[in-house]
Design a protein. Structure first.
Length: 78
């Protein structure tokens, strides 16, 4: 079963409470998403580590309920 946009956003916000999260359904099929996440938790860590934080927030659903998620992360002040 596919995940919806709001479920993805909720899981990311639970792990990164200060995050600004923008998610797009790329194909309209509920399986291919793009997410832009801005969080102060990204400050001082590599893009790889930032992406790991996002993937970890999805608690193993990536590759299962969530087929594809393109991630763009940004540091946020505050």
């Amino acid at each position: 079963m596919a995940m919806n946009l709001e479920e993805i956003k909720k899981m990311i916000k639970e792990a990164l409470p200060d995050a600004l999260v923008d998610i797009q359904d790329l194909a309209g099929d509920g399986n291919h998403y793009s997410a832009t996440i801005s969080s102060s938790k990204f400050k001082g860590i590599s893009k790889i580590e930032q992406h790991k934080l996002v993937y970890n927030s999805l608690k193993g659903k990536m590759g299962n309920e969530l087929h594809a998620l393109a991630i763009k992360t940004k540091e946020r002040n505050g």
